[in-house]
Design a protein around this ligand. Structure first.
Ligand code: FAD
Ligand code: NAP
Length: 338
């Protein structure tokens, strides 16, 4: 089998830039290669790798890293206003989004500039600026590692939730996602410009009737000004999910913190901005050795150079404990821990 490496260094394989070694590494470029590879049983565990932008490695990997590089984009016109676009798991997400926008296919523009590959997008139902992939997701094909059979999962079957899916839970490491199909608009695009940051960015260009290109441009500008570039400083984006809590608890927190930032969900629950809680607790810009909390965005933990995955994990636990003691809210990690 081609493309197999032993004692493979992982420093450049995740955006956190953590030093670790994997027993074995293989890159897969076609469905047939994947089937051939998984047809030979192994007693070592498999770890599926996409672009490495949502993984924290805390130890050497005693197993086989399988990196999915299956490419290709195909389309199927459904009607005058709808197109289904299928992309290989190994396609770069942002390049795929920009390709859709160039073709005037709407639906993914709010998700511009998210790092990583198409294959990982259903894993945590990636979302930004009020849009999640579940809004435009039709189905995916995935190879079941144990049986070497391809299964199709439609929207319902993926059990999408807030930064969640079946593939992050019961199906974790059991399926290799091969391709994903999205339902996009060819006209009458549904423009989603509710987030304050998008509105102020559009105002800067005097855009009152934004196109999908305008939204993408605004999102790219906001993200580039605010988020740390992993090529410059190691990180995996938001380390924690935004907690959804009861309105009762939010009201109790407001007695001490009247400026609490919240986004009501329904009559009984509300979403808090985890970044606000972490900043309020004094962690923004905190640094211990090479592990830290980003100075501009408290939700992002960073590697200033040579920190270990365990140092980042320990820092995240200190933050979880502190937020719990100050606000009575338990933060959950969003990043996948290896
Ligand atoms: P990886 O990190 O390689 O893998 C993530 C998980 O998916 C792992 O558990 C892995 O085993 C599994 N996996 C990967 N590919 C496959 C496959 N083909 N089959 C089966 N399992 C697979 N996320 C958001 O939701 N919204 C954002 O706005 C956002 N912004 C970010 C900004 C920055 C600066 C960074 C660094 C990250 C951000 N993220 C965001 C997180 C991350 O980019 C996404 O979760 C992305 O989808 C991860 O893709 P990846 O290919 O890098 O996956
Ligand atoms: P922000 O604009 O500073 O807002 C802070 C938080 O408030 C966000 O996390 C967002 O929740 C929530 N929020 C803001 N306006 C909202 C509205 N109108 N309705 C509902 N919720 C609202 O956030 P940011 O950190 O710069 O990120 C901007 C967007 O990119 C967010 O959607 C965020 O999820 C996404 N992002 C994700 C990652 C990641 O790694 N997962 C990294 C960077 C950015 P939501 O997160 O639920 O949208």
């Amino acid at each position: 089998m081609k493309n197999i490496f032993y004692s493979f260094p992982l420093k450049n394989e995740t955006t956190f830039g953590i030093n670790a070694i994997a027993d074995e590494y293989i890159s897969i470029e076609s469905v047939q290669e994947a089937k051939d590879f998984f047809s030979i049983p192994s007693d070592k565990p498999y770890y599926i790798l996409g672009g490495g932008s949502n993984i924290l490695i805390t130890k050497d990997v005693n197993g086989i890293i399988v990196q999915n590089k299956i490419k290709g984009i195909s389309t199927s016109i459904i009607d005058d206003s709808t197109i289904h676009v299928t992309a290989g798991a190994g396609e770069n997400w942002n390049e795929f989004v920009l390709y859709c926008i160039e073709n005037n296919w709407g639906g993914l523009e709010n998700l511009s500039l998210i790092p990583g590959n198409v294959g990982a997008s259903p894993m945590q139902n990636i979302g930004a600026y009020g849009v999640e992939i579940k809004d435009v997701f039709v189905s995916l094909n995935a190879l079941e590692i144990a049986t070497n059979e391809i299964h199709t999962f439609e929207n319902e079957a993926c059990k999408f939730g807030y930064r969640e899916s079946i593939f992050k839970n019961s199906h974790k490491n059991k399926f290799l996602i091969i391709d994903v199909t999205f339902k996009l608009t060819r006209k009458n695009h549904k423009i989603s410009a509710n987030y304050g940051a998008i509105q102020s960015e559009l105002q800067k260009y005097n855009v009152t009737n934004p196109t999908i290109k305008d939204i993408s441009k605004a999102v790219i500008a906001i993200r580039s000004s605010k988020l740390p570039d992993p090529k410059v400083i190691g990180n995996a984006g938001s380390f924690f999910k935004n907690p959804v809590i009861s309105i009762k608890l939010a009201d109790a927190i407001k007695l001490n913190y009247p400026d609490l930032v919240e986004y009501p969900i329904d009559e009984t629950s509300t979403k808090l901005a985890a970044g606000w809680l972490i900043e309020k607790a004094g962690w923004k810009g905190f640094r211990d050795g090479d592990a830290g909390v980003h100075a501009l965005q408290a939700l992002v933990l960073v590697n200033y150079g040579n920190t270990t995955g365990n140092e980042i994990l320990n820092l995240s636990q200190r933050i979880i404990d502190d937020i719990h003691s100050k606000f009575g809210v338990t933060l959950e990690r969003e990043v996948n821990i290896w």
